[in-house]
Design a protein around this ligand. Structure first.
Ligand SMILES: CC1=C(CCC(=O)O)c2cc3nc(cc4[nH]c(cc5[nH]c(cc1n2)c(C)c5CCC(=O)O)c(CCC(=O)O)c4C)C(CCC(=O)O)=C3C
Ligand SMILES: [Fe+2]
Length: 374
């Protein structure tokens, strides 16, 4: 087998996600799981609960993950790779510990993990690694074998992630009324995080200089806007903005918020805006509520035409990218030479988070990093 067709040493793939409620009775226990020990104000929780109830208590994230599972299984089968794919979540069923227990019981010992979070940050990377460590510790306490888990690198700049978003922005531009299309601005949005978390995101070398989180998003935004310009011949002005802020108001988070940004653009006479949620792998509740509901209502109030571009979701190009990431990492684990695939100025992200990468407020064991206890 050529080096890039052999999944060994991996014997299974785990899709690791956030999880979300599947009905009204799930909403409060789900939010309790998410916020365990995190000091999110009561007011904010009530508000976010309302967002879920507005959609019948059902988060879109689980259906998105089921579709991605199907796409991954199809892609692997189409490439004659017999690697089983499992799914586990940090905050709702199927829970990560239960899935890992099932994987170990099925005989798997060397697991590649794809997290549905493309960028470096505490919330998007280390928190997933902490949850992996907790689940592995639970298996150990049950007397079960502890598998080795390797988290696949951040894929924000992989062509299989960027390409579908370029198509999404082009489709949204085409959907705008013709008279405002050429003047449209692109507003790339991502989850706001505390400025202190942004500044310490990624490896220690990037800390204090704004961190990896913002740099990675800026690279993706630039890649998408350049590809759009190449396709349309028009240079649409763009900016990276934020959404879904939580936490106490006196703590600084990344700004501006998308709604304030829409107001500013409207005040500047901008005729239309495409909102591109590059920070989200699929249509999460943040996309459905904060953009499609709240920001879209804000734009209507201003009389500003807006469109929200598609997330990557279960695009077959993304499924293929996951296979490529796995095969590249498998070859690297076998000490074979590989050239990791990445676009943009930052290059391929690290395979193993170094010590101090995306630090937590309180140090906890984290798996799949240089200082993993497993
Ligand atoms: C960077 C980032 C991502 C992207 C990376 C990734 O995808 O993981 C992400 C994803 C998600 N966040 C989600 C939901 C929530 N996040 C919360 C709270 C927070 N998120 C934060 C950051 C992020 N979050 C932060 C800094 C907080 C503050 C509290 C804390 O420091 O922990 C809260 C509590 C209430 C609130 O504050 O909003 C909820 C309910 C869902 C599920 C949505 C669905 O159901 O479709 C998803 C995919
Ligand atoms: Fe990290």
């Amino acid at each position: 087998m050529s080096d890039l067709r052999d999944p060994a040493p991996y014997d299974a793939l785990l899709l690791l996600s956030f999880g979300g409620p599947e009905g009204p009775d799930d909403v409060v226990p789900f939010l309790a799981n998410v916020t365990r020990g995190r000091g999110i104000p009561e007011e904010r929780l009530k508000e976010v609960g309302k967002h879920y109830f507005l959609f019948g208590g059902v988060s879109p994230i689980n259906a998105q993950n089921r579709a991605l599972l199907d796409a991954l299984r199809k892609d692997l089968a189409d490439h004659a790779l017999e690697l089983p794919v499992y799914w586990g979540n940090r905050n709702w069923a199927p829970y990560l510990t239960d899935t890992l227990r099932e994987m170990v019981t099925d005989g798997h010992r060397r697991i590649a993990v794809l997290a549905t979070s493309a960028y470096a940050s505490y919330s998007g990377c280390r928190q997933y690694r902490e949850n992996l460590a907790e689940s592995l510790a639970a298996l150990e306490a049950e007397g079960l074998p502890v598998p080795r888990v390797d988290k696949l690198r951040h894929y924000f700049n992989h062509p299989g992630f960027v390409g579908p978003m370029v198509d999404g922005v082009l489709a949204s531009l085409a959907d705008l009324p013709e008279d405002v299309r050429a003047g449209a601005h692109l507003a790339f949005t991502t989850h706001s995080i505390p400025v202190s978390a942004a500044d310490t995101s990624g490896p220690v070398e990037t800390h204090g200089d704004g961190g990896s989180y913002v740099a990675e998003h800026l690279d993706v935004a630039r890649l998408i806007s350049e590809a759009v310009r190449e396709e349309t011949g028009i240079e649409h002005p763009w900016q990276l903005v934020y959404q879904s802020r939580s936490g106490a108001p006196h703590i600084p988070w990344l700004e501006p918020d998308i709604c304030d940004h829409l107001e500013t653009l409207h005040g500047d006479g901008v005729p239309a805006v495409v909102m591109a949620p590059i920070g989200f792998v699929s249509d999460h509740m943040e996309v459905l509520y904060d953009l499609d509901t709240e920001a879209t209502a804000k734009a209507a109030e201003l009389g500003l035409p807006v469109r929200r571009s598609a997330t990557v979701g279960a695009d077959p190009r993304f499924a293929a990218a996951v296979r490529e990431l796995l095969l590249e990492r498998a070859a690297a684990e076998r000490d074979r030479p590989v050239t990791p695939c990445a676009l943009g100025a930052l290059g391929p992200s690290h395979d193993l988070c170094p010590v101090g990468c995306c630090p937590a407020r309180a140090l906890k064991p984290a798996a799949a990093g240089a200082d993993s206890p497993f």
